[in-house]
Design a protein around this ligand. Structure first.
Ligand code: APR
Ligand code: ZN
Ligand code: ZN
Length: 361
C-alpha cells in the first residue's frame, strides 16, 4: 500500500518551495511510517533549497520533527504504532568503528529508510537529512524514531530533533560543561541559545552570550545567560576576558560557523580550555592561526556533530526535564505556522526575526 500526502518540496536551485502531493510507501523491513505533528524550520532546509548541500533535487524538506508512529515494517521492535516519537537524523548502526569502540554518538554509518518517497509522476524525492518531515506522513528508518513522553507538546519536542539538540549537546556532551564553569557562547540564534540553556542546565556559574543583534541577547538573558556582549559594539575577546577575571572562559561555544567568530572563540578561552565548533562553515572558509598559539594555549578544539547526542539517551531525558519545568523548550518556538507557510518562514529566518518557526500539522 502507499499513502498520498501533502508535503513541501524544493524542485530546483533557489526556486520557492511548493506544496505538493507525494507518495509514501508502507514501511518495509526496519522502517517506520510516521504521522508528523510538528516540524521546525531549520537553516539546513533553506540550504537544501539553495542547492548548498547537493544537487539531488527535488528535495522533500523538513527534518526537525515529532509525530506518532503509524505503522512499522518487519523486524522493528524498538518502536510500535501509537508511539509518540522525535525523529533524528543520525540513526546509529551499532556496527561501525565508532559504535564498536563504544562511542555510538559518533556513528560513522548512520542510516535512513531504504524505500523512496516520490512525486505523483514517480520522480524520487531526496528527503532532507534522510527525514523529509514537512509532510503529513514520512518514511524513516525505525532507528530514526525515539519514543518520548506523550505529554510534551509536539512543537517543542520536535526541536530536539535538530537545532536545539545541537546547541544543548554542544554544551553538555561536546563541551562537557560542568558545575561552576565559565562558558561563553558566540552567536545566539536557535543553536547558540540552546547552548546557553544547556550550559545553564549543566551548572555553569557564568554564561556569557555574544551576538551582534540585541534581540538575540535579550532572549539569551531569558534562557540563562548571566552576561551579554554585543560584539558589534565591543571586542568579544576582550569583553569575555574581562568578565572572567582576565583569563577567558573555560568553554567557548562557536554557534555561527565563521572563521572570524571561531578565532574569537579560540582566543576568548582560558589556557587549557575547550572550544566547541557547532556552527557549520561553508566549503570556501579558511582558518589561519599561529601554530604556536594552538600549542601554547593547550586544551581542546572540538567539533560538535548534532550535539554529539545519542538520541535514545538524550531525547527522553531532555523531554523529562522539559515536563518538569527545568528546560524551557517552548521559549524556542517563536511562531507556529501551517505547511504552506515555509517559504515565509525562510524569509523571517533570513532576517533574524525568529529562533524557530514551527510547522504544526
Ligand atoms: N558575531 C556574533 N554573532 C553573530 C555574528 C558575528 N560575527 N554573525 C552572526 N551572528 C549571530 C546572528 O545574529 C544570529 O543570532 O549568529 C546567530 C546565528 O543564528 P541563526 O541564524 O538563528 O542560526 P542557528 O540556527 O542558531 O544556527 C547557527 O549552527 O547548526 C549551525 O548551520 C547552523 O551554522 C549555523 C549555526
Ligand atoms: Zn537542522
Ligand atoms: Zn555506527
Amino acid at each position: 500500500m502507499t499513502h498520498q500526502v501533502r508535503a513541501v518540496v524544493a524542485r530546483g536551485k533557489g526556486a520557492p518551495v511548493s506544496l505538493e502531493t507525494i507518495i509514501v510507501p508502507d514501511p518495509g523491513p526496519g522502517e517506520a511510517l510516521v504521522k508528523i505533528e510538528a516540524c521546525g524550520v531549520c537553516h539546513t532546509d533553506l540550504h537544501y533549497r539553495e542547492g548548498g548541500i547537493n544537487d539531488d533535487f527535488p528535495f522533500l524538506l523538513g527534518h526537525e520533527a515529532a509525530g506518532v508512529v503509524e505503522s512499522v515494517g518487519e523486524g522493528v521492535t524498538d518502536v510500535a504504532p501509537g508511539d509518540f516519537v522525535i525523529l533524528n537524523w543520525r540513526a546509529v548502526c551499532g556496527q561501525c568503528r565508532a559504535c564498536q569502540r563504544g562511542r555510538p554518538w559518533y556513528c560513522f554509518s548512520t542510516h535512513n529508510a531504504k524505500q523512496k518517497m516520490t512525486l505523483l509522476d514517480g520522480t524520487e524525492l531526496a528527503p532532507a537529512l534522510g527525514i523529509g518531515a514537512f509532510a503529513e506522513k514520512t518514511l524513516v528508518a525505525a532507528g530514526q524514531c525515539t519514543k518520548v513522553d506523550r505529554a510534551a507538546s509536539a512543537a517543542a519536542a520536535g526541536l530536539l530533533g535538530c537545532g536545539v539538540m545541537a546547541g544543548i549537546g554542544a554544551a553538555i556532551n561536546t563541551g562537557n560543561v560542568g558545575r561552576g564553569d565559565s562558558v561563553a557562547v558566540i552567536g545566539c540564534g536557535g543553536v547558540g541559545a540552546a547552548a546557553i540553556t544547556g550550559a545553564s542546565l549543566a551548572g555553569a556559574a557564568k554564561v556569557i552570550a555574544v551576538d551582534i543583534d540585541d534581540r538575540k541577547l535579550d532572549n539569551a538573558r531569558k534562557l540563562g545567560a548571566t552576561h551579554t556582549v554585543n560584539s558589534k559594539e565591543a571586542d568579544a575577546v576582550e569583553a569575555i576576558r574581562e568578565l572572567t577575571g582576565g583569563h577567558g572562559a573555560d568553554v567557548v561555544i562557536e554557534a555561527v560557523g565563521r572563521p572570524e567568530t571561531y578565532k574569537q572563540a579560540f582566543y576568548a578561552r582560558d589556557l587549557a580550555g575547550t572550544v566547541v565548533l557547532v556552527g557549520v562553515p561553508t566549503p570556501e572558509m579558511k582558518l589561519e592561526l599561529p601554530l604556536l598559539d594552538v600549542f601554547g594555549r593547550g586544551g581542546a578544539l572540538k567539533s560538535s556533530w548534532y550535539g554529539d547526542c545519542l538520541p535514545s539517551r538524550d531525547f527522553p531525558m531532555l523531554i523529562d526535564l522539559y515536563l518538569q519545568g527545568r528546560l524551557d523548550l517552548d521559549a524556542f518556538v517563536t511562531e507556529t505556522i501551517a505547511l504552506d507557510e515555509v517559504e515565509k518562514a525562510f524569509e523571517r529566518m533570513h532576517h533574524g526575526d525568529v529562533l524557530r518557526s514551527v510547522v504544526v500539522l
